[in-house]
Ligand binder design. Sequence first.
Ligand SMILES: *Cc1c(COP(=O)(O)O)cnc(C)c1O
Length: 378
Amino acid sequence: MNNSRIYLSLGLQSGFEKEYISKSFEDNWITSGGPNVDNFEIELKNYLGENSFVTALNSGTSAIHLALILLGVEKDDEVICQTMTFSASANPILYQRAIPIFVDSEIETWNICPENLEIAIKDRIKKGKKPKAIIAVHLYGNPYKVDEIHAIADRYQIPIIEDSAEALGSTYKQKKCGTFGSLGVLSFNGNKIITTSSGGALISNSKKVKEKAIFYATQAKDNEVHYQHSEIGYNYRMSNICAGIGLGQMKILNQNVIKRRENHSFYKEIFKNIKAVELFEVLNEDYFSSYWLSTILINSENPNKSREGLRLALEAKNIESRPLWKPMHLQPIFKKYPYYGKNTAEILFQKGLCLPSGSNLTTDNKDRIKEVITTFFK
Ligand SMILES: *Cc1c(COP(=O)(O)O)cnc(C)c1O
């Protein structure tokens, strides 16, 4: 057995990526936007469904920022955001000088809690401002409670930005994640289910919104012969080289989902007889998770069998694992903003660990991981 580092979440290559890149060099399309970008958008549309309009961008973070802009979020507006998430979900709220309002998770999907969401909406309205948008996240590939969350948002007529950065390939009631929100967000960062090295996409349900997204993503040029600008623009379009990687990656998206789910089954087998550990599993058949990352909670009173203990034991064997996302309302940058909830996200953060889940895990890698875990809990 070798001792090379096992990373938390790396991908695979189909082998076609370089062909698409070479073609763009041959055709001199070394550009922002271009034929690969157009074709990548078409393939994503075909994957997600006819009614989705996809704008390929240079990151998932850019997609969230543009989503806020398209929904008219401005200075001092309030935007609700799931507290348990990666900071990229919330940072763009501050780019707009708007105010994030954080909401706790529930314990069944680890995502935004319907009860606390409604409490937050009511209280913000009572205090004088109706939130402009809700950012809900499918963490680790696991769909949030789509029906319940969207029913609340509809009741108060607040649009949802669906952060599906971690959930391309997951579905809720057979419908693809990324297609539920007023606007959906995907990420193709190097650690996600498919990669373009860096990249993202904004999903909408109209051609008009897509055109507006491209307008903002390409410096907001007015319809004039000369360069004329009436609005703030951004340089957020995906590069044609990156889209070439994306086209190659689309060939293995389904295979990657299968591999990530196999990783989850591998962990299920290991933890079957370890009482202190709870492997996250979806609630019922409505939820289909890519299990982008396999995650566990360690419910142990014994300090030698703690989350941090297991993390260090894995690290000692050159195996990467990570605590769950630290909730946003506990982050120094976001501490001063309102928070609605109890301590569900905090408890998840204290007990939770993300295990190596790359599409590239080999049998040899899995043997090493299993050895550490079973020894640790012996
Ligand atoms: C990765 C990620 C993003 C940001 O995507 P980038 O492409 O890295 O900018 C946003 N939200 C969540 C939940 C993510 O995991």
